[in-house]
Ligand binder design. Structure first.
Ligand code: HEC
Length: 516
C-alpha cells in the first residue's frame, strides 16, 4: 500500500545512519557513526497526540520508526519553557545549590521526551495483553510495570536524553513481578559505582569531606564534558558544562535549553566509558575529574569508587589506561608534566564554572556502552524544528538468541505480534504518560495494523515508501485497570478478551481519558 500525501516541501535534517551489517553474536553494536543526511520527511501526524508507526525488515534486522508531533511543554509548571515546542533531550540536570551540584527539586525538573513500546512473545503470551495492553503491564495501579501472571513482554524504550544521543534505545522486559534489566555492570563498566552501572546511571557530586583541589571542595560532579574534543561528524564539544547551540554555557535552563533544537550534536549525555570492541564509533564525550585529581594530586584515590582505589587491580589498570589515552595525560602522578597538565585541566573546569556565576549545569545521567542484551537496540533520531516533529527509528536483530528479547523472526512466516505504544512528550514523564490501544504487527499481507515491509537493506529504507499506521494516544489518568475491571465500567466483562477500540472507536472523544 503506497500512501498518498502532500509533500510538504520542507527540508528536514535527519540523522540517518551507516548501519553495520553485523551478523554473528549478540554483543556487537548495531550502529556506527551517524551521518547527517538531508531528506524530505513526510509525516502523517499533524497534531500532537497521534503517533505514526512504521516497520521494515530484512532477513536479519527489523527497524521500527515512530513519528509524533511534539506538544508545547507544560512542565515544570510556570517555568520559562512552558508553551514552547522543542525536543526534550535534556533530563534531570544538576546545578550547584551553594553546597554541591545536585538535582533540582522534583517539581522543578526538566524531563526528556520518550517513545517506547511493549511487544508480546507469541510463545510466552501475557494474559489479556492482546486486548487490554498497557492496562495489563502497568496501569493497574499506575505504580510499576509488571504482569502479575506468567508471561513476558519485551520493552523497547528510547529516551531523548538518556539513550537517544548515544544512538541506542534501552532494551528492558516485563516479567510477572517487575520491569527488568540485565545485571551486567561489573568492572570495567562500573566506573561510577562499585557495582550495578547500567546503560545510564546517575552521577552524584563529589563527597563532602574531600580535599585536594577546588573541584572537590566545591563539590563539582565527577564527570563533565570534554571541552574541545572533536566528535565524529565534525562536532567540537564547546564547554565542560551544558551549552547552547552557539557554544555559550547555559545558566538559565528553562529559557535557554528550549532554544537547543539541533539534536544531532550530542550535548545532553555524558558517555563516560565505551567498549570499543562493541561499538567502534567514538561516543565518549566526558572528562573524569576523579582521574585528573589522581594524576594532579600525588595519586589521591579517595574521590574514586572503592574498587578503583586498588592501584594493583585489573579494574584500576583498565580505568587508568582508558583515561590516559582519552585525555592524553599519563596515569602517572610522579610524572611532572602529566601532573601539571591534569592540574591545568582541573583549574580550567573550575574557572569555567566560576565564570558562569556558578550557574552552569551538567546532566545527571551518564552513559556506558558495553555488550549486553540491554544495549542491542540501535536508534537514530531527528527533530524537525519547523514542524515540531520527532522521528525515531530503532533497529534490532529479528532474533537475538536472548531469552530477554521477543523473537521477531516469525514475522517472516506471517505471525502477528501484539504491541502497544507509549509516548512521553510534555516534559514530565509522570504527568504525561500517553498510551495507545493495542495493535498488531505483521507482514504486509496479513491483515495487520502495522504492516512491516520486507526490504533489502533496512539501513537505507526510504520511509516515505513504507506504509504508515497512525494511532491516537491518550492519557489514562486515574482510570486504572482496577476501574476498568469494576462494575462501573460497561466493558468490564470483556476486559481481557475484547480490544478497547471495539467499543471506543473515537479515542479523542472518550470521557475519562484525556486525549492529547
Ligand atoms: C464491550 C465494550 C467496551 C470495551 C471492550 C471497553 N469499554 Fe470502556 N466503556 C464502555 C462503555 C459502554 C462505557 C461508558 C460509555 C462511555 O463512557 O463511553 C465505557 C467507559 C469507559 C471509560 C470512561 C469512564 C468514565 O466514567 O469516564 C474509560 C476510561 C474506558 N471505558 C476505558 C476503556 C479501556 C481502556 C478499554 C480497553 C482496555 C475499554 N474501555 C474497553 C465499553 C467498553
Amino acid at each position: 500500500m503506497k500512501r498518498s500525501f502532500k509533500i510538504s516541501g520542507l527540508l528536514a535534517i535527519t540523522a540517518a545512519t551507516a548501519l553495520w551489517g553485523c551478523s554473528g553474536g549478540g554483543g556487537e553494536s548495531l550502529v556506527s557513526a551517524p551521518v547527517k543526511t538531508p531528506v524530505v520527511e513526510e509525516f502523517l501526524v499533524s497534531e500532537p497526540g497521534d503517533v505514526q508507526v512504521q516497520a521494515a525488515y530484512n532477513n536479519e534486522i527489523i527497524a521500527f520508526r515512530f513519528a509524533w508531533k511534539s506538544h508545547a511543554k507544560t512542565f515544570p509548571e510556570g517555568s520559562g519553557n512552558n508553551g514552547l515546542v522543542y525536543p526534550g533531550q535534556f533530563h534531570d540536570f544538576m546545578q550547584h545549590n551553594g553546597t554541591a551540584f545536585a538535582q533540582v527539586a522534583e517539581e522543578e525538573r526538566f524531563n526528556e521526551d520518550r517513545v517506547s513500546f511493549m511487544i508480546e512473545e507469541p510463545a510466552r503470551p501475557a494474559q489479556g495483553f492482546a486486548a487490554a495492553g498497557c492496562y495489563i503491564s502497568c496501569h493497574s495501579g499506575m505504580v510499576n510495570h509488571k504482569l502479575g501472571t506468567s508471561g513476558f513482554l519485551d520493552h523497547w524504550h528510547w529516551r531523548g536524553g538518556r539513550s537517544g544521543p548515544m544512538g541506542y534505545a534501552e532494551d528492558a522486559w516485563v516479567s510477572d513481578v517487575q520491569r527488568e534489566r540485565d545485571t551486567i555492570g561489573a568492572p570495567p563498566s562500573s566506573w561510577l559505582r562499585s557495582a550495578g552501572d547500567r546503560l545510564r546511571e546517575d552521577q552524584p557530586a563529589f563527597a563532602a569531606d574531600l580535599t585536594g583541589h577546588s573541584v572537590l571542595t566545591d563539590r563539582l560532579p565527577r564527570f563533565v564534558f570534554n571541552k574541545g574534543k572533536q566528535m565524529p561528524g565534525g562536532f567540537e564539544i564547546p564547554s565542560h558544562f551544558l551549552a547552547m547551540e552557539n557554544g555559550a554555557v547555559v545558566t538559565a535552563p528553562y529559557t535557554q535549553l528550549p532554544q537547543v533544537k539541533d539534536v544531532f550534536n550530542n550535548r545532553s549525555l555524558l558517555v563516560v566509558y565505551q567498549d570499543r570492541n562493541f561499538d567502534k564509533s567514538d561516543k565518549v564525550n566526558a572528562v573524569d575529574l576523579g582521574y585528573l585529581v589522581y594524576v594532579a594530586n600525588n595519586g589521591q584515590l579517595n574521590q574514586l569508587p572503592t574498587h578503583l582505589r586498588d592501584t594493583s587491580s585489573a579494574a584500576f589498570a583498565t580505568w587508568a589506561g582508558f583515561w590516559s589515552a582519552e585525555l592524553g595525560i599519563a596515569a602517572d602522578p610522579n610524572n611532572f608534566s602529566a601532573a601539571s597538565a591534569a592540574r591545568n585541566r582541573l583549574d580550567a573546569v573550575h574557572a569555567e564554572w566560576e565564570q558562569s556565576g556558578r550557574k552552569s549545569l551538567v546532566t545527571r545521567s551518564v552513559g556506558f556502552i558495553y555488550p549486553s542484551d540491554q544495549h542491542d537496540i540501535a536508534a537514530t533520531r531527528a527533530f524537525d524544528p519547523i514542524r515540531g516533529i520527532w522521528s525515531v527509528t530503532m533497529y534490532r536483530k529479528l532474533s537475538t538468541g536472548r531469552p530477554n528479547d521477543t523473537d521477531l523472526a516469525l514475522l517472516k512466516s506471517g505471525t502477528l505480534y501484539n504491541l502497544g505504544v507509549a509516548v512521553h512528550d510534555v516534559g514530565d514523564g509522570h504527568e504525561s504518560h500517553h498510551i495507545s490501544f493495542m495493535h498488531t504487527l505483521g507482514k504486509a499481507d496479513t491483515g495487520t495494523d502495522i504492516k512491516a515491509s520486507l526490504v533489502s537493506d533496512v539501513s537505507s529504507v526510504n520511509w516515505n515508501d513504507v506504509p504508515a499506521f497512525v494511532t491516537s494516544l491518550y492519557q489514562p489518568g486515574t482510570k486504572t485497570g482496577t476501574f476498568l475491571r469494576s462494575t462501573a465500567h460497561p466493558g468490564a466483562g470483556v476486559f481481557e478478551t475484547m480490544k478497547c477500540q471495539t467499543c471506543h472507536t473515537d479515542v479523542k472523544a472518550m470521557p475519562g481519558l484525556v486525549a492529547r
